[in-house]
Design a protein around this ligand. Structure first.
Ligand code: SAM
Length: 113
């Protein structure tokens, strides 16, 4: 992904982001290791309760309240180069996974830049 990124903004989403620690860490990693590569991170969660204060969120990280069980609007379709999901096993009930995966699949970019 990084090798092909020249001239492209890499868009990475984190579904059910919680405290947003993952997208914030990834933003810091890119800033340190790949300062010339543009990356935009998007964290979504069903609740903003755990989101950090605005001043702790890097400018290339955007946090939004979204229920991953519901379809994402068309403007999100095929938009993201990578979608990360971690530690939601207890949050989703039996039979809810398939719908979430289908929703997220629609949002994955079909091209590698
Ligand atoms: C254990 S936390 C994991 C947070 C984060 N992924 C991490 O690894 O640090 C589970 C998160 O899933 C979120 N969640 C539960 N149901 C959700 C849904 N339907 N859509 C989006 N987020 C949801 C919760 O609000 C919570 O923040």
């Amino acid at each position: 992904m990084v090798a092909n990124a020249a001239g492209h903004t890499i868009r990475i989403a984190d579904c059910a982001t919680g405290t947003a620690i993952w997208p914030i860490d990834v933003a810091a990693l890119f800033a340190e290791k790949y300062p010339d590569i543009k990356v935009k991170l998007y964290g979504t969660d069903i609740s903003a309760e755990q989101f950090p204060a605005d001043e702790k969120v890097p400018s290339n990280v955007e946090l939004k309240v979204r229920n991953s069980l519901k379809s994402f609007s068309e403007k999100h379709h095929e938009k993201y180069d990578m979608i990360h999901v971690r530690a939601v096993a207890l949050a989703l009930g039996d039979g809810e996974w398939q719908g979430v995966v289908e929703n997220l699949q629609k949002c994955l970019s079909k091209s590698l830049f």
